[in-house]
Write a protein that binds this ligand. Structure first.
Ligand SMILES: O=C(CO)[C@@H](O)[C@H](O)COP(=O)(O)O
Length: 232
């Protein structure tokens, strides 16, 4: 039995959630799951339709982006995942989708404003859109640079990956992360829902106000604060 079986299974199951949750079609997107003790992650093979995936087909890669085990070429976004795992030592899963509403905001190069309590139940800030990649980044090590673009955007906003587990990359699409692959996909689904609601909000009222700070704090803290009273 391979020492990588656990993360292969975790990555496989998380990838399969993407089409189930209508976050991707065909071969769009990818999810990975990390094993910190082994210094590797398992990721979807590139361009393989979801209904042809299996745990065995997941590719094992180290945090420098080098393939450790696998019979398939890893996701074309593997180096972006590698950069984030290498520099954000507390994350255990990453999800990348091209879900329609979140991607529309990314293509529009817009942060998603925090309009309502659905957003505040998960985050206290607008969802940032990192600037589109420059020609230099595109002609250089594009996927690595995408990882650095994500990290720089969060840093400039004084946010850590624990403060915010989702981002848009301008002209591209969303990336989300979490303590494991399932949480990363959960965040992709939350982001898509928030993105859809924000678009509809602006359509209904182009001058819709941002949620006031007191309500942001109330909703976030009742779910995530030290005195949380959400759930059982
Ligand atoms: O970002 C992109 C394409 O723009 C990718 O996410 C593809 O949507 C999936 O690529 P593979 O993971 O299959 O290589």
């Amino acid at each position: 039995m391979s020492q990588f079986n656990r993360i292969k299974q975790e990555a496989y199951e998380a990838n399969m959630l993407l089409p189930k949750l209508n976050l991707v079609i065909f071969t769009f997107g990818n999810v990975s799951a990390a094993d910190r003790s082994l210094g590797v992650f398992a990721i979807k093979p590139s361009g393989v339709p979801y209904d042809q995936l299996s745990a065995e087909k997941m590719v094992i890669v180290d945090f420098d982006g080098k393939i450790v085990e696998g019979h398939f070429r890893p996701s074309s976004d593997t180096k972006t995942h590698a950069v984030l795992y290498k520099h954000w030592e507390n994350i255990g899963g990453i999800s990348h989708t091209h879900s329609t509403y979140a991607t529309a905001w990314a293509q529009s190069q817009r942060d998603i404003p925090i309009f309502g309590t659905t957003h505040a139940d998960h985050n206290t800030v607008d969802i940032p859109c990192a600037p589109p990649m420059t020609d230099e980044m595109i002609s250089g090590n594009y996927e690595y640079e995408t990882g650095f673009q994500i990290m720089d955007c969060l840093r400039e906003k004084n946010l850590s990956p624990a403060d915010l587990e989702m981002i848009l990359v301008g002209n591209h699409a969303p990336f989300t992360w979490g303590k494991n692959a399932e949480k990363a996909v959960y965040n992709s689904a939350v982001l898509e829902n928030i993105a859809q609601m924000a678009l509809l909000t602006e359509q209904i009222n182009p001058n819709a106000p941002r949620l006031k700070d007191s309500l942001i704090k109330k909703h976030f803290e009742r779910k995530h604060g030290p005195d949380s009273y959400y759930g059982q």
